[in-house]
Each structure stands twice: as C-alpha cells, then as structure tokens.
Ligand binder design. Structure first.
Ligand SMILES: Cc1cc2nc3c(=O)[nH]c(=O)nc-3n(C[C@H](O)[C@H](O)[C@H](O)COP(=O)(O)OP(=O)(O)OC[C@H]3O[C@@H](n4cnc5c(N)ncnc54)[C@H](O)[C@@H]3O)c2cc1C
Length: 376
C-alpha cells in the first residue's frame, strides 16, 4: 500500500488566523491539513471569546498607524471573504458610538488626541463626527437623553465571531482541507508537510518565548428591548469598555485588559465592572440575562504588532494579533498566504530572496527572518 503524499501545507492551530489561512490556501488549489487542539467550533481559541469589533479608528486611541492601516484595509476586505463562505455571518458596518459619563469627562480629550495622532488621515476625514446630545439621541435612539455629547465613527464595523469560526470550518470542509480537530500538535513531532504554518496563538509560546498573553474578560448577555444599533464604547479611566450588539438581542460586553496568562474564570471585580458599565449606559441591562462570563488571553508580541516570522527553512509563524485579530486578519492572512505559496514553489529559499520579497511586500513591516528563535 502506498502512503498518501504529504500535504503542501500543515497549518498548526485552527483559531481565527489558522482557519482563514488554510481556507485561502485550499482556495488556491493547494493540499492543506489543519491541526487544532480544540473542537471545530473554535472554543479553545481567543477568537471564541472576542467581541469581533472592526474598529480601526476607535483602536487608534491605543494602536499605532500600522495597525490602524491594516484594520482599515481589512474592513474593506471582510465582505468579500464572507461572501465566499458557505454559511451566513452577521456583519455590520454601522459605525461605533463613543460616549462618556460626566465624571470621566477628562478621558474625552485624551481619547480624541490619541485617535487624531495615530489614525491615518483618510480614516479621520468624515470618519470622526462630534455629536451633541440631540444628534446622539437621533443617531442611537436607545441612548436619547442619556449623554451630553459623543462621537460617531460612522465607517467602523463588527461581526459575529462564533459565526465566522463556524462558517470557516464549513468552508474548510467544502474546500477539502484535511481537518484534525481535537489534535494538539507537539513541537517534537510536527505533522509531515512541505511547509508548516504555525498559527497557534499563545500555544506557540514554546517556540516564541517573547510571546505573552494579555487576559481579557467579557460578559455575554441577552437583553431584549434595548435595541442598540451599533457598538458603544464607554470611555473609562481603567480600560476601554464596550457593548457590542449582535443578532437576536445578544450583547457582548468587554473587555478587561490584564497582563498575565491567567485563563481562570472571570473575577467578581471584573464582572461587577463590566455589568455596571453596561447598566450605566442603559438601565435596561439591569433586566438582561447573563448567558456567559468568559476569559481568554490575547497572543501578544513585545511590540504589540502582528508578525510573519520565517525560520529560514520550511516554517512560517503568524502570531501577535493581540487585541486586533478580527480587525486585521484579512490583510495578515493574505500576506501569509502569498509568502507561503512562494516558499512552496521555491521563490523564497534564502535570506537574499527573503529581503527581496520583504521589499516588495504590501505590508513589509510584518515580515521577520527568525532563524535565531528556532530551537537547537
Ligand atoms: C476578550 C477578548 C476580546 C477581543 N476582542 C476583539 C475585538 O473586538 N476585535 C478584534 O479584532 N480582536 C479581538 N480580540 C483579539 C482576537 O481574538 C485575537 O487577536 C485572535 O483570536 C488571534 O487569532 P489567532 O488565530 O492568532 O489565535 P487564536 O484565536 O487564539 O487561535 C489559536 C488556536 O491555536 C490552537 N492551538 C494552540 N496550541 C495548539 C497546539 N499545540 N496544537 C494545536 N492547536 C493549538 C488553539 O486551540 C486556538 O484555537 C479579542 C480577544 C479577547 C481575548
């Protein structure tokens, strides 16, 4: 009996990035195998817990220009990605509303200054609209009379994270990807393939020692009757809190940001803060039903940037998506797919070819030659 030929690509980690990369490579006609330690739903991934807001301008309050530019391009790409998936995914581009309570009003100028200095000018142009109380009430009737002022960032978006993961799983099956769910990959016994693409998020820590987790906690509640029409960000001195309305009166309320790889359940303090924040935005949240309190860690590199790390041989690692995975993954995955295809067909084989590739890449800042980090 002959052994089946090894696949072109083994993708390690079937969270957000691994699924998208594997699905795209399969769409180009490659033979792809995907290995995920958790289930097909994606419940072991940071992507499972995320709010999946696509908010490059709001994120400019804490993110640098590279991230906001990646986010703006990716926001334009998502509809095309979703149109090709075999299952529907809730996607909305109805903007972000930013509000603050009177007691936290000193946060507002700080937020505005940071956004204006970190965001690309094309995002700011018409994308950052000051609302007086009456305009705010007209834009978001559920909040009429509740805030004196706010900002509408009209071009921002969001999607349903769990629907994306499910639709990508269906897409992998449709494109014939060999999926190995509930299969943890051990670095000492990697699956056989021409090229390995490591998308294990925090699970790649053994080979990326500078990777760290930043804990985030969220609440999911069912709150019929409130009818927010877009994500609302509440400026807050400790962390940027948001309430993201999904389909069927489901709201994701998040998120804390705590240094440390603590995957333990949500703390009482965080639950109180998240739920109080929601209640302070709209008292109707007092009657909401808590469906889930959950925590996960965002995979983060020291510079808080995503990276495509080539080991100089057969392995590409895609990691460091931090708090921006959904916001930037279409562009990051595209770069990874192009690079991986060039590795497979031999266009990249040494440091010179890598440097040439990097010079010509759309997002050259993402690429790093990483032979130093390989285990001996
Ligand atoms: C609370 C919270 C809120 C967030 N909100 C947003 C948001 O609003 N917008 C946004 O853009 N981003 C958000 N994010 C960030 C986003 O979720 C991450 O950036 C994204 O999930 C990273 O994708 P990834 O594929 O690299 O990692 P993951 O999604 O974590 O996937 C990695 C996968 O690898 C698997 N794995 C690990 N080790 C192994 C192994 N040894 N073998 C096999 N499989 C393995 C894991 O099980 C997992 O499924 C949020 C994150 C958190 C935690």
């Amino acid at each position: 009996m002959t052994r089946p030929a090894q696949p072109d690509f083994a993708v390690l980690g079937g969270g957000l990035c691994g699924r998208l990369v594997a699905w795209r490579l399969a769409g180009l006609g490659h033979r792809v195998a995907l290995y995920e330690r958790g289930d097909a739903a994606g419940s072991q991934a940071a992507a499972w817990v995320a709010a999946a807001m696509l908010a490059p301008l709001a994120e400019a309050a804490s993110a640098e220009l590279l991230i906001t530019r990646l986010g703006a391009s990716s926001l334009d790409s998502w509809p095309q990605v979703l149109a090709e998936l075999p299952e529907p995914v809730f996607f909305q581009r109805n903007g972000t509303l930013v509000v603050w309570h009177h007691a936290d009003r000193t946060e507002a100028p700080l937020f505005e200054r940071r956004v204006r200095s970190n965001a690309p000018p094309e995002l700011l142009d018409g994308g950052f609209v000051t609302l007086a109380a009456a305009q705010l009430g007209a834009a978001e009737p559920a909040l009429a009379g509740r805030f004196n002022q706010g900002w509408l960032l009209p071009r921002e978006g969001q999607l349903d994270n769990r629907q994306v993961l499910a639709a990508l799983a269906a897409g992998l099956a449709q494109r014939g990807v060999e999926t190995h769910w509930n299969t943890a990959v051990d670095d000492r016994a990697l699956p056989s393939a021409h090229i390995t693409i490591d998308c294990r998020g925090l699970g790649a820590k053994s080979v990326l020692p500078t990777l760290r987790g930043i804990r985030g906690e969220v609440a999911r509640v069912h709150a019929p009757g409130i009818k927010l029409t877009r994500p609302v960000r509440l400026l807050h001195p400790r962390y940027p809190l948001y309430i993201a309305p999904k389909q069927d009166d489901l709201y994701v309320i998040g998120a804390t940001e705590v240094e440390g790889e603590d995957m333990s359940p949500v703390s009482v303090r965080s639950a109180l803060e998240l739920l109080s924040a929601a209640f302070s935005v709209h008292p109707g949240f007092g009657e909401a039903r808590i469906l889930e309190l959950n925590s996960q860690c965002r995979p983060t590199l020291p510079d808080h940037r995503p990276a495509l790390l080539w080991d100089g041989a057969q392995t590409l690692r895609v990691n460091g998506l931090y708090r921006h995975g959904y916001m930037i993954v279409p562009e990051v995955a595209d770069e990874a797919v192009r690079f991986a295809a060039a590795l497979l067909d031999g266009r990249i084989g040494d440091a010179d070819a890598f440097a040439d590739w990097q010079r010509g890449a759309r997002w050259s800042e993402l690429f790093q030659l990483d032979s130093a980090r390989e285990p001996a």
